[in-house]
Design a protein around this ligand. Structure first.
Ligand code: ADP
Ligand code: MG
Length: 140
């Protein structure tokens, strides 16, 4: 099967605790290759736009506040079945429900401060990659 791409964010709770390397290692160990990466401070408008699909959910305001509370590392990951592979190593949204060995089980702090974002479909992956990266920033 050909390699596909997905989009990942290492969230502020993880960058603050100096876990960028550990999280990236777990992604790489899961068979994903980092083909683009940058550390950024998201603006409020950028975070609101990124999470627009969640704008009606009760936690939206807090989620945006959290996502701009510190730097994040946005990444493009490549691998066989990259979207699902990434979702599998991320673990469940709530770390209390996440399986042992997953990123959220091993490092996440709470259902909100859950250390990583991952696209939930190939279609959304393409949209999310384009939200943060130009094609010439992605080197496979
Ligand atoms: P996932 O990141 O696993 O795809 P969702 O897309 O449902 O989960 O939610 C997006 C993000 O919103 C989560 O990763 C988490 O940071 C936050 N979130 C989700 N549910 C809650 C909740 N009940 N309370 C607070 N924050 C939440
Ligand atoms: Mg999601």
């Amino acid at each position: 099967m050909a390699a596909t791409r997905t989009f990942s964010i290492i969230k502020p709770d993880a960058t603050k605790r100096n876990l960028t390397g550990k999280v990236t290692q777990m992604l790489e160990d899961a068979g994903l290759r980092v083909v683009a990466s940058k550390r950024i401070q998201m603006t409020r408008a950028q975070a609101e736009g990124f999470y627009a699909v969640h704008s009606e959910r009760p936690f939206f305001g807090e989620l945006v506040d959290f996502m701009i509370s510190g730097p994040v590392v946005v990444q493009v990951l490549e691998g066989e079945n990259a979207m699902q592979r990434n979702r599998d190593i991320m673990g469940a949204t709530n770390p209390a429900d996440a399986a042992p060995g997953t990123i959220r089980k091993e490092v996440a702090e709470s259902i909100e401060a859950n250390s990583v974002h991952g696209s939930d479909s190939d279609e959304n992956a393409a949209i999310e990659i384009a939200y943060f990266f130009n094609e010439d920033e992605i080197v496979g």
